[in-house]
Design a protein around this ligand. Structure first.
Ligand code: GAF
Length: 388
């Protein structure tokens, strides 16, 4: 994110609120390399931050008022009283920043009000965590302005609570932690059970490769039932197997666990995905840490997609078309990323194959009568930070 963007956001804040902001902060969206629908099963994930960010110019207030404005929607300034913030009362974009404020206050932090102007370059509804970026940028700004002393993972937990309780979407902890804690040039290996983290160097360009994001333009929303149904199915599986979370089923014990689930085919499929996906994350981490050929992660990404498509059943024709077309055009690996039911896929490719793959996917979408996808390169970028 450039200095010029911070200047523009600060200047718009001054126009709206009649004074310079006390500061400007940025928080990124993310793509997930591997580890899908494992984060609410206490499992492993491996996201990295995108260069696309939500940027917030913010000033503190002392009078219990929260004013919100976004460059990305037509609305004027929304003015809310902190004492009136009520979970699930707001179905607009304002629920994300207001939810972050609500969660901080609910946890006992003395936040007395704020003026906020936001502008985001994270595509919304594309499975790239635009909502987590909005929550995290506001939480970080207030953490600084009110000297709360919270660490990145603590802000992530509060932002997850904002989304679960205030917004009403039953998401896990991956997206908020990615936005708060990722580092440039690295993927974040995160254990969602205790939020222990390891930054894994991930510089594909140095090895002649690229990672593409293909936004299918099929919009999705986690508050719409299917995500919650998968989560409830996983929790049912854990209960039937007598464990706290599916993380507790060892990969080597998977067959025995599936046998114990008898003929509950739906739950068997969910359990199989989660347990094998955790194992895929561990394989990707050891490959990247070994310094051997990073290209070897390609087939693991494809395995992950197959599992999400056939066992977890959250892919869609557009995502499958990206994966199939990219692989047929020479990609090293490809999979859907994020919550599913639309959104984006990632494609791991040799640098020299990027143009041909992009062309093939775009043409395949046109031939299928789908909306033209948006393709861009994902470079592992910085997590949330103060920029001014
Ligand atoms: C969405 C959720 F917000 C995450 O918590 C995670 O479950 C992901 O879907 C699937 O891995 O992004």
């Amino acid at each position: 994110m450039s200095e010029a963007v911070a200047e523009t956001v600060a200047a718009r804040f001054s126009e709206l609120y009649g004074a310079e902001p006390h500061g400007v902060w940025a928080a990124p969206g993310r793509v997930n390399l591997i580890g899908e629908h494992t984060d609410y099963n206490d499992g492993f994930v491996m996201p990295f931050a995108l260069p696309h960010t939500a940027v917030a110019a913010v000033s503190r207030r002392e009078d219990g008022v929260l004013r919100l404005h976004s460059a990305d929607v037509r609305d004027g300034v929304s003015e809310l009283r902190l004492d009136d913030l009520t979970p699930e009362s707001d179905k607009n974009w304002t629920a994300y920043p207001a939810g972050a404020v609500w969660a901080l206050r609910e946890a006992g932090h003395a936040v007395t009000g704020a003026d906020i102007h936001l502008a985001s370059t994270v595509p919304s509804g594309a499975g790239l965590s635009s909502s987590a970026a909005l929550e995290v940028v506001v939480a970080l700004a207030l953490n600084d302005l009110f000297s709360l002393g919270l660490r990145g993972w603590q802000l992530a937990r509060l932002c997850q609570r904002a989304e679960n309780v205030y917004v009403g979407a039953p998401v896990g902890i991956m997206d908020q932690t990615a936005s708060a804690c990722c580092e440039a040039g690295h993927a974040l290996f995160l254990d969602t059970r205790d939020l222990s983290q390891k930054q894994i160097p991930f510089d594909l360009a140095a090895e002649g490769m690229r990672l593409l994001v293909v936004d299918t333009q099929v919009k999705h929303s986690h508050s719409e039932g299917e995500y919650g149904k998968r989560r409830a199915g996983c929790e049912k599986g854990a209960a039937l197997l007598g464990v706290n979370a599916l993380r507790d089923i060892a990969y080597d014990d998977l067959d025995a666990a599936l046998a114990r689930l008898g003929d509950d085919e739906e739950v068997r499929r969910l359990v199989r995905h989660v347990v094998t996906e955790d194992e895929r994350v561990e394989r990707v981490v050891s490959l990247l840490e070994s310094g051997d050929d990073t290209r070897a992660i390609g087939p693991i990404l494809v395995e992950g997609h197959t599992s999400l498509r056939d066992d977890f059943r959250i892919s869609c024709p557009e995502l499958d078309l990206v994966v199939d077309t990219a692989l047929a055009s020479g990609a090293l690996g490809a999979r859907m990323t994020g919550g599913g039911f639309g959104g984006s896929a990632i494609v791991l490719a040799e640098e020299t194959d990027v143009d041909a793959i992009t062309k093939a996917v775009t043409e395949a979408f046109a031939a299928a009568g789908f909306t033209t996808p948006r393709v861009f390169e994902a470079v592992p970028s910085a997590g949330a930070r103060r920029v001014r």
